[in-house]
Design a binder for this molecule. Structure first.
Ligand code: SF4
Length: 390
């Protein structure tokens, strides 16, 4: 509890915010745009209202860091097709509601399919052990969750269990986002939890290739503010390095044992990330040695009937891909908070607790921290306009 309070200390947060304002002011080309690639960072930024404390010339953009949002529609279609065929599917909670070409796993369940929501892949093993019917684990998420899937696959799982891997690997997408025409990204905040596995060193080749700084950040408010300060200092000084601002959990080399398990089971291949692009080496698929547990090898998955459904006009208006590429915000979407709300999401970004649209809907993206009848700007202490900042 004490440690948590230390990382949420208001006086230190204000000092970091002031230092950030001075640093950004010293950067000639403004606005300064940096990107984080992690739904947990967006949650913390929105939940603690950090955007209201940032300098106006600093844009902190959420990139493709929501694993549910970037799971591609054909991957969801594979799980839905199997479910409709009578195969029992187990997956993480948010995945159930993400629409595929012709509905979600929740829709399949409503039509009589067996779809289990699990909190961990270990739970899927328990489900498989409790039955003789085939059980498919629809495995989604980045390298952090892929490690848990790999551990189960290496742990002699029940024969009726197979894995439909939609796992993704984050570093390659940073290359694509940086190279996108019109990209404004001048630096990245990297997710501290993923880096506990991969190590901060995994970003060094990216930095060397693109001359763009990367700072590994934790998830408390002071972690994020300190990491943003370090990142903007490097941008100001024209320095491109990897900086680890989460040293209480992350090392340069990461967890070698977990990395060994990950790459023993998975190989990176190119594939689409929903709404973004084809990402070379961005998808994790089972190696041939594990064909016996690979759902795609074990079942004939026919998704053609699902693809006869044209997406609705609402779905066609969804700009989730632009939001994840960092070139739009949820408030740019005409459906945000109107036709598209968490109770009836149109796009994947409104489904997951790590999706930008859902987070902004829940907390507000740039909150108004003005206290009624208080005319003092929260940022600079001068008289405030509407919105609480001068
Ligand atoms: Fe898509 Fe809904 Fe977000 Fe609009 S508000 S971009 S429709 S998920």
């Amino acid at each position: 509890m004490t440690a948590q309070l230390e990382f949420r200390d208001p006086a230190r947060a204000r000092a970091l915010s002031d230092a950030l304002t001075r640093t950004v002011a010293a950067i000639p080309d403004k606005p300064v745009s940096v990107m984080h690639v992690c739904g947990s960072h967006e949650q913390a930024i929105a939940r603690f209202g950090l955007r209201a404390t940032l300098p106006q010339d600093l844009n902190v953009i959420m990139g493709p860091g929501c694993p549910v949002c970037i799971t591609d529609m054909p991957e969801i279609d594979e799980a839905v097709a199997l479910a409709l065929k009578g195969v029992r599917i187990a997956t993480y909670g948010d995945m159930v509601r993400v629409p595929g070409s012709a509905g979600s796993l929740a829709d399949a369940r409503a039509a009589g399919a067996r779809v289990d929501v699990v909190y961990s892949v270990a739970q899927v093993v328990d489900i498989a052990r409790s039955t003789t019917e085939p059980v498919v684990f629809f495995g989604t998420g980045f390298e952090t969750t892929a490690v848990a899937t790999a551990a189960v696959i290496l742990g002699n799982p029940p024969e009726n269990l197979s894995v439909l891997s939609a796992h993704k690997f984050i570093p390659p997408v940073m290359e694509i986002v940086t190279d996108m025409p019109g990209s404004r990204v001048q630096g990245f905040l990297a997710a501290g939890h993923a880096a506990t596995i991969t190590g901060s060193g995994i970003f060094e080749p990216f930095v060397a290739r693109h001359n763009v700084p990367v700072v590994v950040a934790g998830f408390e408010p002071l972690d994020i503010l300190a990491a943003l300060l370090r990142l903007t200092e490097m941008i100001r000084d024209g320095v491109a390095e990897v900086s680890n601002m989460f040293p209480r959990c992350v090392t340069r080399d990461g967890n070698r044992n977990a990395q060994e398990q990950l790459w023993k089971v998975f190989r990176p291949i190119g594939g689409r990330w929903r709404g973004i692009a084809h990402i070379p080496n961005g998808n994790l698929r089972l190696r041939d040695e594990f064909a016996h547990i690979d759902t795609r090898k074990r079942f004939d998955i026919d998704v053609s009937s699902l693809w006869q459904h044209a997406p609705s006009s609402l779905v066609r208006q969804c700009i989730c891909g632009n939001i994840m590429a960092g070139i739009a915000s949820p408030s740019d979407c005409p459906l945000f908070g109107r036709e598209c709300v968490p109770e009836s999401p149109v796009g994947a970004c409104m489904v997951s607790s790590e999706g930008t649209c859902k987070i902004w809907h829940q907390y507000g993206g740039v909150p108004n921290l003005r206290v009624p009848d208080d005319t003092t700007c929260l940022r600079c202490a001068s008289p405030a306009r509407d919105g609480g900042v001068a």
